[in-house]
Design a protein around this ligand. Structure first.
Ligand code: IVH
Length: 683
């Protein structure tokens, strides 16, 4: 048991962290440095690790996200999640208002105007002030339990301030800020992954990620807009006051909301935001108008799924028609070829648009977009404009179909299109468009680790013509480095020493450093178990590669393509001549020789000493495979804490079950595993 001092320290750290988190993420007004915050968080994490009995679900350390879930559990909403009727102009808004006024026997009432956030509706349940469940809307009755993912969103309080009631449910809109969306799409383009059309789609995709770490990495946000249950507690009796109350409890309430006394004020609010909507760092697609007093809301009621007491005044669609003059190609950081439309300039909701995204070749074909077409252009919110499609009536017959160039427009290398991927890419690692990023990666800590060569120096070395391939680093001369502005003797010595030291990095680091698409640190590790040198790997066929457990056809194709490019082979040769070690001394193990070859494992529940992923990694390293469901073919079920239904299935099928301790023992002496015959006999 932890002593009282530690218990108090934990309580103190949690309170401090919750407080500063609220200041930073909800109020946008931090009063301590990020460093101090991280220091406290680290201290708390360390104490919790040493004293597991002190962990609690609402601890600030729980924001990082646990292991990926197997799928999402369904949750029934206590109260149906409603949707909203729409109005599109002042006339239809007037009609909505007249009807409400009539139904209320001509009573006077105030209204709230709230920005309609274009994101994903979620419900949050707090019990005794602690977040216990977060769910998506689903079909309104049943949604998905995404608590783990929502917990990673910093502006969602894990525990409430003030005096929260014993049971509380609120709803709000989770969204991805526009700049995070842009960044995410840039990264996806670089990796050759399909792009998200708008922040709403990427936000929804992010919340439904099985791995909470992904959600945590994407900077999601929330605006809370309603209280849906507070039990019997005496909460306010109007929407406006309720929003203020929710703010005091620690929820993030949009400061642009406004209390309006007349329909004219509602229209003013709407007109104001039609103009200003693009100044916001997030997307809004209209204004939600709500009758303010809850007793009036009650008497107006709900028709179907839409309340009579609220409506969404949608912003006008932002489209325009113009000529598509040409299709350009932009080469991304890792070589993806991104087509874009060059347009006759046109004004779409206040901004001049000359370029629009075209995603990829398949998309252009599917929409039948041709050079010379009149096209509809849309600004999906305020983001990169998109070409919606051609106006077929306006075709003259002179339009030209588009096809991707066969050679990279930057360096002329033949373009490849890996099977199953949407993007074409340039496989030449020395292509100028890619080289800066590659160089940064090559020298980085997890790769060749050339301390001293930061991003700025990489840029300078390229701009000064000192390096045009990664191999050139090994031919730098100290005297020439010293010619560079702001380069001193100390730094130059350090850089030269570190370059020299990098020549003997382990093979796995070298493979990772080369920056082959899809070859991360993990894949590099797998490759070194099968190949003794870069040269050997370069000779491998795609079939050889896919034989390695953990390497699928996509990775195999990318590795194979890399070694087909002359320039890449030349770089490797130059590295070799410089004395970089490109081989290692290991006994290459054939998969058939590994003790667990052919055995299939399922890992379930929580293990104490390792994550599920780590356990699966150990299984694979011994030649076994790790699958997610128990079948008659399963050799062993490894069951941690709270194993759930897989344990039942295993019991039913008679699958041998290993506790964590059994599993550790088997890892120690992997040869003790039951052989295939024994497994067969058991089935
Ligand atoms: S109120 C009746 N308020 O719009 C209650 N909804 O089309 C319905 N939304 O599913 C929700 N901002 O995802 C409300 N300030 C706001 C909102 C808002 C965005 C979304 C919400 C809802 C959809 C309705």
């Amino acid at each position: 048991m932890a002593d009282a001092g530690i218990v108090n320290r934990v309580a103190e750290l949690r309170q401090e962290l919750h407080y500063h988190n609220h200041r930073y993420y909800v109020l946008d007004d931090p009063i301590i440095s990020d460093q101090d915050y991280d220091g406290m968080l680290q201290e708390l994490r360390r104490i919790e690790n040493e004293n597991p009995e002190l962990t609690r679900p609402d601890s600030p350390t729980h924001r990082i996200g646990g292991d990926p879930a197997d799928g999402f559990e369904q949750v029934e909403h206590r109260h149906t999640m409603l949707s909203l009727g729409n109005v599109f102009d002042d006339e239809t808004l007037d009609a909505w208002y007249r009807r409400v006024k009539n139904l209320l026997d001509d009573a006077d009432f105030t209204m709230t105007c709230e920005l309609k956030i274009d994101g994903l509706a979620v419900s949050l349940v707090y019990q005794d002030g602690i977040l216990t469940q977060g769910a998506t809307r689903g079909n309104g009755f049943v949604g998905e339990n995404v608590t783990h993912n929502l917990k990673t969103i910093r502006s969602i309080p894990l525990n409430l301030r003030g005096e929260p009631p014993p049971y509380l449910e609120v709803r709000g809109e989770v969204y991805m800020p526009v700049d995070s969306f842009r960044r995410l799409n840039e990264e996806r383009a670089d990796r050759g992954e399909p792009l998200f059309a708008n922040p709403r789609n990427s936000g929804a995709g992010t919340i439904r990620q099985l791995d909470p770490k992904v959600t945590a990495s994407r900077n999601m946000q929330i605006w809370v807009y309603s209280l849906n249950d507070a039990g019997e507690s005496g909460y306010p009796d109007q929407q406006w006051e309720t929003l203020q109350w929710l703010k005091e409890l620690g929820f993030r309430i949009n400061p642009e909301n406004r209390l309006c006394h007349t329909l004219e004020e509602v229209k003013d609010y709407y007109r104001e935001w039609v103009e200003k909507r693009h100044d916001l760092p997030y997307e809004v697609d209209g204004v939600v108008v709500k009758v303010n007093p809850f007793n009036f809301q009650g008497s107006l009621g709900v028709v179907g799924r839409e309340p009579r007491w609220a409506t969404a005044y949608k912003f006008p669609a932002e489209r325009a028609v113009t000529r598509l003059l040409e299709i350009g190609i932009n080469v991304g950081r890792t070589g993806s070829l991104n087509p874009y439309a060059i347009l006759e300039p046109v004004i779409v909701s206040g901004a001049t648009v000359q370029h629009a995204s075209l995603h990829n070749e398949e998309d252009i074909r599917r929409k039948d977009i041709r050079v010379g077409d009149w096209v509809t252009v849309e600004r999906a919110g305020d983001v990169i404009p998109q070409v919606v499609g051609p106006i077929l009536d306006r075709r003259t017959g002179d339009e030209v179909e588009f096809s991707m160039p066969l050679a990279c427009p930057e360096c002329g290398t033949g373009v490849v299109k890996p099977e199953g991927e949407a993007m074409h890419r340039c496989p030449n690692a020395s292509c100028p468009a890619q080289f800066f990023e590659l160089l940064k990666h090559f020298v980085s800590r997890g790769a060749m680790d050339m301390d001293g060569l930061g991003e700025q120096w990489c840029r300078i070395l390229i701009d000064q013509g000192f390096v045009s391939t990664v191999a050139d680093l090994y031919y730098l001369e100290k005297d020439r480095l010293l010619e560079l502005e702001r380069m001193g003797d100390r730094l130059a010595t350090k850089i030269m020493d570190n370059i020299e030291a990098s020549k003997t990095r382990p093979l796995t680091r070298v493979l990772f450093a080369l920056g082959v698409t899809h070859v991360g640190a993990e894949v590099a590790d797998l490759l070194t178990q099968r190949f003794a040198s870069v040269e050997q790997l370069a000779q491998a066929s795609q079939e050889d590669l896919t034989e390695i457990p953990g390497i699928g056809p996509k990775i195999a194709e990318s590795i194979y393509d890399y070694f087909q490019v002359e320039d890449n082979l030349a770089v490797i040769e130059k590295l070799r001549q410089a004395g970089v070690k490109l081989h290692h001394e290991i006994e290459i193990v054939q998969p058939g020789d590994l003790p667990w070859h052919g055995l299939s494992f399922v890992v379930t529940g929580t293990l104490e000493g390792m994550t599920r992923r780590e356990a699966e990694g150990k299984i694979k390293a011994l030649g076994g495979s790790a699958t997610s469901s128990v079948t008659r073919k399963t050799a062993y079920l490894v069951a941690g804490e709270s194993p759930g239904s897989k344990l039942e299935t295993a019991n039913r099928l008679g699958t041998p079950i290993l506790s964590e301790a059994d599993f550790l023992q088997l890892l120690e002496s992997p040869g003790d595993v039951m052989n295939d015959a024994a497994v067969e006999a058991q089935v």
